[in-house]
Design a protein around this ligand. Sequence first.
Ligand SMILES: [Zn+2]
Ligand SMILES: [Zn+2]
Length: 181
Amino acid sequence: MQIDWNRTIDEILSDKIACQRCGDLHDDAIVGYTRSPAAAEFAARCRDCQRKEDCNERKLVVVCDDCARVLRMRGRRVDQEGMMTTLMNECRRELEECLDYLADYWQEDLDVDPDNADLTFEEADPEAFAEEMTWRKRLEEEYLNLHRWFREHHKRVPDPGWRGEYVEEMLELGYETQLGS
Ligand SMILES: [Zn+2]
Ligand SMILES: [Zn+2]
């Protein structure tokens, strides 16, 4: 997931939520997942999507009532804080996937020969490794932006213990993280 920060800043200034599909500003919105290819045009998840016409990936979207009806999407009604909480939870989920991947999924994914058990991810496939590091960096930057939003609005960060756990696990795996040390 990548957030359009220009748009998000507009929303913060106006204390409203912009529908990702039609752009209208509202006090609340519907947030939910859809597999509809019609959502690939605007879903943050599909920014780099190669096959938008028939993408049936599960996409998190924030839309107005009318657009939710058009997409036949069931979701939850949220205000701005609820939306930011949902975005943060989604960002955390993706960071947890990074942790799992760095821990051992990469070996499965790259089909590493069990005889080469000492091989590190970076040695096994430097290109895939660099890609994973770039992706994680983007997610961590997004996390920090979300965190800043909660601070600036004097709102409680949901489940504040999550960050410490993430940092510990990342450091234990031998990787630096922008979320702490
Ligand atoms: Zn809309
Ligand atoms: Zn897609």
